[in-house]
Design a protein around this ligand. Structure first.
Ligand code: PLP
Length: 349
């Protein structure tokens, strides 16, 4: 049985969180002389002299509607990276607990655990970059507090089999299962957020960095039970999301059709690249993608990488990553950018 109070680190459970001025009075009207702010305006006549809403209520209300979850099931962070860090620090005792990842996968899970002196167990994906369920269940022990499932997975690009994920959620493992859906919008899958009520140990991560085109804004979303969100809220700095971030994201949400259109365009461009790669002798293998990028195996990856780099075409060299030997990870660019890439690869073929 999942028991949040038993899972959370003791000192977090009993922690009395920092109480900000805006925690103690959250009304909108009045004479605000409680937070040592500048009462005039920002330098440059901008409107940032007041601290932002620490719980981003307006923004969460809109996100709740679009994602069909309750506002108290949402946590917002300065990128998903920030949320990953809070998950580690809420559940993992340094030098004692561990997390489980399925490499090759997003490097941040491991790096963040190591920063926090938390052990990392690895159950590599199989030859088809699918979950090795037997290995995952073998490696999980009583100190495994978080299992990361990245679907679609980065850098491999594929959706993980749905049933394997359900099997973890339904197993007798009672730690946290994080489902990282950074590329959900490209994947053709439904979000696991629809199952929040069914799986109290699940945290779903999404981001504004990819489909929404807002990587520079830094806005990540975590969805979980209101009890888990409450724990994450206890440890976050009060003003982790700026006023600018909150306002800009609200504006973006009101123009959601633009996101849908850009996702369609990015998928068209990815398919264009897949077709063109298939004609090139330098490309040995094109891995199937459910994202806006493609993992390709090329002959002589370092030469291909450097030749592209010399033409100021920058791709991600994955050839040093286990199970990605010989591979480059290439994001679908604009049509012009993609043609420039193909032309250079043709010269190498
Ligand atoms: C890009 C990406 C993210 C997004 O991280 P942000 O901090 O929100 O920009 C999260 N997970 C994966 C697997 C990614 O590839």
């Amino acid at each position: 049985m999942f028991n949040l109070e038993k899972l959370v680190r003791k000192h977090i459970l009993t922690l009395k969180p920092y109480s900000s001025a805006r925690d103690e009075y959250s009304g909108n009207e009045g004479i605000f002389i409680d937070a040592n702010e500048n009462p005039y305006h920002s330098v440059g006549n901008l409107d940032f002299n007041r601290y932002p809403d620490p719980y981003q209520k307006e923004l969460k209300k809109e996100i709740a509607e679009i994602k069909n979850v309750a506002a108290n099931q949402i946590f917002l962070g300065n990128g998903s990276d920030e949320i990953i860090d809070y998950i580690t620090r809420t559940f993992c005792e340094p030098y004692q607990d561990n997390i489980l990842i399925m490499p090759p996968t997003f490097a941040m899970y491991k790096v963040n655990a190591l920063i926090n002196t938390v052990e990392v167990k690895e159950a590599p994906l199989d030859q088809n970059f699918q979950m090795d369920e037997k290995k995952v269940h073998e490696l999980i022990d009583e100190n495994t507090k978080v299992v990361y499932v990245c679907t679609p997975n980065n850098p491999t690009g594929n959706n993980l089999a749905y049933q394997a994920i359900i099997n973890i959620l339904e197993s007798d493992y009672n730690g946290i299962v994080v489902i990282d859906e950074a590329y959900l919008e490209f994947s053709g899958r439904d979000s696991f957020t629809s199952m929040l009520d069914k799986y109290p140990n699940m945290i779903v991560l999404q981001t504004f960095s990819k489909a929404w085109g807002m990587a520079g804004l830094r806005l990540g979303m975590g969805f979980a039970s209101s009890e888990i969100i409450h724990m994450l809220n206890k440890i976050k700095p009060p003003y982790n999301l700026s006023q600018l971030t909150q306002e800009t994201a609200l504006k973006a949400l009101s123009q959601k059709e633009q996101m849908t259109k850009m996702v369609e365009d990015m998928i068209i461009e990815r398919k264009f690249l897949e077709e063109e790669f298939a004609k090139l002798s330098v490309v040995e293998k094109i891995y199937p993608s459910d994202t806006n990028f493609i993992l390709v195996r090329v002959s002589n990856p370092n030469k291909v990488f450097t030749t592209l780099l010399n033409k100021l075409i920058i791709v991600r060299n994955q050839s040093h990553v286990a199970q990605c030997e010989g591979c480059l990870r290439i994001t679908a660019g604009t049509r012009e950018e993609n043609i420039a890439l193909i032309e250079t690869l043709q010269e190498l073929s």
